[in-house]
Ligand binder design. Structure first.
Ligand code: GLU
Length: 469
């Protein structure tokens, strides 16, 4: 059986955001073997903290890789900054075979030529000015101290065709591409050169990446063909947009994985949301395990049109993940401080409340304070008015019912309050809930009753009996 190798090749110039995280997820899902490569040739912008950050984020999301670094300590294999000798050998080969040539045109010259072409209604292409320099002319310029870029030669008859895994058949003509730079005048490599060479050398079979890279692909295929290197298959996934239809950015809702992790999102919620962003599952039973998300993923189910990121979808999966979380993982998800105030005897009941009422650890913390401490948020002015309206007699009845009932017997308690006050429905439940928790929303009253215990409930009812006097 053939093993399909895929990869994720981030540039460590910032935190991992949703767009790149989705590319990583799809790439990992698509391959039998998955590789992580750090594209850090831009030494100005690459930072080792971002390498560590993205490794942490990818692991958090549930990804693992057979090949690739596990920390920011650069190893020969998977950091492009350590592979310059490899690229140099390929540059030399292209130059020796005259498939690439030194180009001495300055930025200013290139800019003028571009403007002239554009104003004549032509697409900007390199004019070919340095394409036919003789060896002597090149030597002369080098002797003057001029630093050339290295330009790849594309003949106008060249054709590049490939089948994109998402976008179908693609066709590019050499004359539309023009000779392009593969190494800048300052000696730094063009990103797409190293990227193509590495995919070939690392045995990558299928490249999954954002559609913003589609225009690089014909140039990369030309380079690989010229070097007799194997060609991977490509699948360019559609971009993610914000709710304004513009590409997802910080301005319109993009968030980093680090931020989501710190807010208390479950990785499974993020993975369930991302896996459905522009990809559909043949049968979709709701929240899926990471293994099921992977098993049901099909490249052919990736859509061509942009996918909109909707934060409500993420929250939906978060809610589902909290509901489905196991006892221990839910307990560990809580803040340490929250765990320290939950008595052992109440842990299971408290987690039950968390599971059905909370989305984030901060919500759980508020409930723990309501149940187990006296530092909880008291009813606001509006609730205070409702409590006052319930009246002294109401809370005296509640206190009386409480002293009579077994403190675990909620329905016995409720029957007594009903009997004594003649109230039912909202006018019965709302003041009880407000007096006990300070809030209109929350877990079922029966659960609140059991978690609070007689002493705290007595204290709280008494406070509002007083207030109503
Ligand atoms: N380093 C490139 C990026 O982060 C990778 C592009 C690719 O996946 O081929 O955009």
């Amino acid at each position: 059986m053939s093993v399909l190798k895929t990869r994720f090749a981030p540039s460590p110039t910032g935190l991992l955001h949703l767009g790149n995280a989705r590319t990583a997820l799809f790439s990992a899902f698509a391959g039998d073997r998955f590789l992580l490569r750090i594209e850090d040739t831009d030494s100005e912008r690459s930072r080792s903290v971002f390498v560590d950050g993205l490794i942490e984020d990818l692991h958090w999301l549930g990804l693992d890789w057979g090949d690739g670094p596990q920390s920011s300590v650069p190893t020969e294999g998977f950091f492009q900054s350590r592979r310059s000798e490899i690229y140099r050998a390929y540059y030399e080969r292209l130059e020796a075979e005259e498939m690439a040539y030194p180009c001495f045109c300055t930025q200013a010259e290139l800019e003028i030529a571009r403007k002239v072409q554009l104003s004549a209604g032509k697409p900007p292409r390199y004019s070919g000015k340095c394409a036919a320099l003789t060896r002597e002319q090149v030597q002369q310029r080098l002797a003057q101290g001029l630093k050339p870029a290295l330009r790849f030669r594309v003949s106008s008859g060249d054709e590049v065709e490939f089948e994109d895994g998402v976008r179908g058949p693609q066709h590019f003509r050499g004359e539309d591409i023009g000779d392009f730079i593969i190494r800048r005048a300052d000696g730094t490599p063009a990103f797409f050169f190293c990227n193509a060479v590495d995919d070939a050398l690392m045995g990558v079979d299928c490249v999954i990446r954002g559609e913003d890279h589609l225009s690089n692909t014909p140039r990369q295929l030309l380079i690989l063909r010229a070097l007799d290197l194997p060609l991977p298959a490509y699948a360019h996934i559609s971009l993610i947009t914000g709710d304004d239809g513009a590409p997802l950015s910080k301005r319109n809702g993009s968030v980093s994985l680090k931020e989501l992790r710190e807010r208390g999102y479950f990785p499974l919620a993020v993975a369930n949301m991302l896996a459905r962003l522009g990809q559909y599952y043949e049968s979709d039973p709701g929240l899926m395990s990471f293994a099921d998300l992977r098993a049901g993923f099909v490249i052919g189910h990736l859509g061509k049109s942009p996918s909109r990121f909707d934060p409500h979808h993420l929250d939906h999966w978060q809610e589902e993940s909290v509901r489905a979380a196991g006892h221990e993982s839910l307990w560990q998800w809580l803040f340490g401080e929250t765990r320290s105030i939950v008595p052992d005897a109440n842990r299971a009941q408290f987690l039950d409340v968390v599971r059905s009422n909370c989305m984030f650890p901060s919500d759980a913390d508020q409930w723990a304070r309501v149940f187990f401490t006296d530092e909880w948020e008291r009813p606001d002015a509006e609730a205070g008015t409702e409590l006052a309206a319930a009246g002294e007699a109401f809370f005296l009845a509640a206190l009386d019912a409480l002293s009579a009932a077994d403190h675990t017997d909620f329905s016995g308690f409720l029957d007594r309050v009903k009997q004594r006050t003649g109230l039912k429905g909202k006018s019965l439940f709302v003041p009880l809930r407000l007096a006990l928790t300070g809030r209109h929303d929350g877990p079922e009253l029966a659960k609140i009753f059991r978690l609070l215990g007689r002493e705290r409930m007595t204290e709280r009812f008494a406070r509002y009996a007083d207030m109503a006097c």
